[in-house]
Design a protein around this ligand. Sequence first.
Ligand code: SIN
Length: 314
Amino acid sequence: MLNEHPLTGHIGAEIGGLDLRQPISQDLAGRLRDALARHQVLFFRDQHLSLDQLKALTGIFGPIMRLPYVAPLDGEPEVIRVLKEADERGGVFGGDWHTDFSFLERPPAGSALSADIVPAFGGDTVWASQAAAWDALSTPLQDLLAGRNAIHVGKPYGVRWAPPEAERSGASIQMTRGDPQADVERAHPAVLRNPLTGRAALFLNPLYVVRIEGLSEAESRPILDQIQRHATRPEFCCRFRWSPGTVAIWDNLFTQHYAVNDYHGHRRLMHRTTFAGPAPADLAATRRREPNLAAGLQVTAATPAGSSVLRPRQ
Ligand code: SIN
């Protein structure tokens, strides 16, 4: 068992007692993958990893992948520098609720973020458990979404939409915009099931999802807005205060995240890597509940360990 300290009742755990600069054994790698599936985001303080160590850590969760549309670090095609300078006043990379690149056929399975320079205050990151949000979603909305696709479009990177200056990621990050490939509509299941925990989770996000399949954009909008308000309720979130040397790893398919842009006048520098995993289509949750649960048990809550609390149906 790892030295796990859950941050909240639903998502996030600090893992203590590890030096990730040392080689990671197969056994430890397996326990880290298991912990990530249960907690959805893991934090390791005081690691101060080199880029090679960060890439080695990332690679135990899945094949390391190169992100499209974001210029990588010189000579490090798999590493992104997430930087906001003290004199930048615009948006930040990731400064809205999103799931990374969900419009790709195979969106990233997860990412690692390593903190080098953190502001004196602010600059936190917030993650929302989409499994906890699914568990607490009303039955009619679960019925609507289970087994149904949602349509994702990479519009911030494509030709349909240019974000206002204030909403763009910082000047220090070079993004490629206007690529028509990003405007290809991609259907992904609206609900995924985690193969390790068996838990279902919402797979929707406001940055890239334009409609629910079978409904028009106008019909979808109020439903998606309502679901998004629900999906990011504080009860389903953890907010992390960074310190230099800290590394976070998150499960991209089962969470949304938000970089809080509240530190103008201060420099913040992180390095980010990304790993690949299964296509969402292979994780589709086609039923609202698994048959054995539907037989008379109802998921009413989820523990930090990810094991659902089951109660007989009323
Ligand atoms: C992101 O990956 O979306 C950015 C997260 C952060 O900088 O806190």
